[in-house]
Design a protein around this ligand. Structure first.
Ligand code: GLC
Ligand code: CA
Length: 558
């Protein structure tokens, strides 16, 4: 059981938590093989406690052939040997709890690895068998069943179906994989699948884990009969959501109602956060109705350009949708699948949905202003009501590594797109801790990390930034400390304040105002305000300059 959580507000901790995302293979390497692991994480937990976050979410650490960086799980109730052992995991959870940090794991219910015992059994079994019914096997179309059963595409490129070879050497049925061919989708209409995942969650809950991030939460339900997608676009181009045959189908909700009941059965209830890429905040809100999941990542905010109007519209839409179901919003600037915000905001303002590196590479970048924007975005995110996620390295102001050599790229999207999409490796480079040159303390013995770090990270290591009041790390530390202590921040309400074009301003009670300037002209501070923290220097007459956010204490505070 966790000791007293750091966040001691009376509302449940998860309504206002700041959660740090640990991409384990790139966080810290404890055994010197160039790959992050549990020993490395354990040794660096103090950094997270010091930073002032409430919880960590650890990307999949289960045994995996690593065809999709651990999202191809071959055993959900064990630890990948590269990362350590179950004993290491247990000890890490105890340490984290002692430091007041909650621990969330990543559960991957849409698919398993093709090396998972279930899939191996399915391959060995006949069409129509109990073993195959755990997956989505179908006969092919056309002469000899040589064509895939339908037109669905893999998220990483190519068909979403792969044909198996039967024991006699003849081509057999096809199986569905919405991601890599090594990630067969499981069949959520099968009660055996449900039972298996319930048991997995109980296994970890009983080990003290505080909750799960749910991978591809919008993908579990497939339309009956697996109809073709045809010309349906995803995400939908129109205002209205579409009846897509495998994304965001209403049938997923019944699954999550079951999961909520399971989590609520514990004395210290366990929590969920959904990774659901859906069409709009209203669709997202369906996942977090009172009897479903607690929270969901708010990707609408992540995808918003650095412009006041769309940013404000996105925040308003999220707040309204969340309020309708009584769930706290989450605010996310980046994660292991998206381009780091430093690199997104360096690109022209007004471009929405810069999610993939390849969308960005041809756009001119202005790195002179960008650090300012990422700093301002952090203060905006942490002042909003609800929860916030910090992806490792965000607190150091790391940019996407845009020029990794092609021969080192590991994202399955690189191969599956026929080497046209560079994929997500650029946001997954091991983070810098100390020292003057790579591996910057990532590996204790100086081993080369699994992806090379830019030399320019020398000034961005945890050590280099510690104590430098102008650094991103110290900005995060201060902001998180204030957020924790200030009664207006975290869960609660907020009220918009009139602001000049290009700026956002909102108040939180008691006595707190946040001003974010996304325009070129300075924006005056609220009357009588006292500066609490700002992402850059204010002008001589106390106004908030371009690309800057400032927190003010405002008079009239209770
Ligand atoms: C999620 C993960 C991503 C993974 C995919 C398939 O989107 O965040 O990294 O590739 O699911 O599991
Ligand atoms: Ca290691």
């Amino acid at each position: 059981m966790p000791t007293q959580p750091r966040n001691s507000r009376p509302a449940p901790w998860w309504r206002s938590a700041v959660i740090y995302q640990v991409y384990i293979r790139s966080f810290a390497d404890g055994n010197g093989d160039g790959i992050g692991d549990i020993a490395g994480l354990r040794a660096r937990l103090a950094h997270l406690a010091d930073l002032g976050v409430d919880a960590l979410w650890i990307n999949p650490w289960y045994p995996s052939p690593m065809k999709d960086a651990g999202y191809d799980v071959s055993d959900f109730r064990a630890i990948e040997p590269l990362f350590g052992t179950l004993e290491d995991a247990q000890a890490m959870i105890v340490d984290a709890h002692e430091l007041g940090l909650r621990v969330l794991l990543d559960i991957v219910p849409n698919h398993v690895s093709d090396q998972h015992a279930w899939f191996q059994e399915a391959l060995a079994a006949a069409p129509g068998s109990r073993e195959r019914a755990r997956f989505i096997f179908r006969d092919g179309c056309g002469p000899e069943g040589a064509q895939p059963p339908n037109d669905w595409r893999s998220t990483f490129g190519g068909a979403a179906w792969t044909r198996v070879t039967d024991g006699d050497g003849h081509p057999g049925q096809w199986y569905l994989h919405l991601f890599a061919p090594e990630q067969p989708d499981v069949n959520w209409t099968n009660p055996e699948v449900r039972e298996e995942f319930d048991q997995t969650m109980r296994f970890w809950f009983e080990m003290g884990v505080d909750g799960f991030r749910i991978d591809v939460a919008h993908g579990l339900a497939k339309a009956e009969g697996l109809p073709d997608i045809g010309a349906l676009a995803w995400p939908p181009v129109d205002a209205e959501p579409v009846d897509h045959p495998h994304w965001d189908r209403d049938d997923v909700h019944e699954i999550y109602r079951g999961w909520r009941a399971l989590a609520d059965a514990y004395d210290d209830p366990r929590v969920f956060v959904a990774e659901a890429w859906v069409h709009n905040p209203d669709r997202l809100a369906l996942y977090i109705r009172g009897d479903e999941l607690h929270t969901a990542f708010n990707f609408d905010f992540l995808l918003s350009p650095w412009l006041a109007e769309p940013m404000r519209d996105s925040i308003v839409a999220s707040l309204e949708a969340h309020e309708g179901v009584g769930a706290p919003p989450t605010w996310v600037l980046s994660n292991h699948d998206t381009v780091r915000e430093v690199s997104r905001y360096a690109r022209p303002q007004g471009v929405r949905e810069l999610r993939h590196l390849d969308d960005l590479l041809d756009l001119p970048a202005d790195f002179a202003i960008v650090e300012k924007r990422a700093r301002a975005a952090a203060l905006l995110m942490l002042a909003l009501l609800g929860c916030a996620y910090v992806y490792q390295g965000e607190e150091l102001g790391l940019a996407e590594v845009e020029d990794l050599p092609e021969e080192l790229l590991q994202d399955p999207g690189w191969k599956q797109s026929g080497h046209t999409l560079r994929g997500r490796d650029g946001c997954r480079v091991p983070i810098p801790w100390s020292g003057e040159e790579p591996p910057f303390g990532f590996s204790t013995n100086g081993a080369a990390p699994w992806l090379p770090q830019p030399r320019s990270w020398q000034t961005l290591t945890v050590d280099a930034q510690t104590g430098d009041e102008r650094s991103m790390l110290e900005l995060y530390r201060r902001a998180l400390r204030i957020r924790r202590e200030h009664p207006a921040l975290g869960d609660g309400a907020m009220r918009w304040i009139d602001a000049p074009d290009g700026a956002l301003a909102f108040a939180r009670e008691p006595g707190f105002t946040c001003v974010v300037n996304m325009s070129a002209d300075p924006v005056p501070a609220p009357p009588g305000a006292e500066l609490v923290l700002s992402s850059g220097e204010l002008t001589a007459d106390g106004a908030v300059p371009a690309d800057t956010a400032a927190w003010f204490g405002t008079p009239g505070a209770a």
